[in-house]
Design a binder for this molecule. Structure first.
Ligand SMILES: [Zn+2]
Length: 104
């Protein structure tokens, strides 16, 4: 389990990331929390070299990826450097409690 929380519709089965009271597809309120498996595929990735905040100003920058989780939702997360589009990754929570994509 990744620690990345998703929501699932008990009526139509749709799975999404951002917390809401009803299904975005069918409107059902039969919503439950599910933990993402963590498996996913890199949809997009970029290397940030100019940090927006001083605490993010790391030597060599940092990577951000859009990852399509195996459950369907696409999440934005910090990432290991060197990832490429189409690569299989595991998304879990990093030391800062935010999603992090890595190869192992
Ligand atoms: Zn639904």
């Amino acid at each position: 389990m990744s620690g990345v929380m998703l929501q699932s519709c008990g009526s139509c089965g749709r799975v999404w990331q951002f917390r809401r009271g009803g299904c975005p597809q069918c409107g059902s309120t039969a919503v439950r929390e599910v933990t993402a498996s963590g498996g996913g595929t890199v949809w997009s990735v970029t290397q940030v070299m100019r940090a927006p905040l001083p605490e993010l100003d790391l030597p060599g920058g940092y990577a951000i990826a859009l990852v399509t989780l195996d459950e369907g939702p696409r999440v934005m997360c910090r990432a290991e450097t060197g990832l490429v589009i189409g690569q299989r990754v595991t998304v879990g929570l990093g030391a800062d409690g935010l999603p992090l994509a890595r190869t192992s």
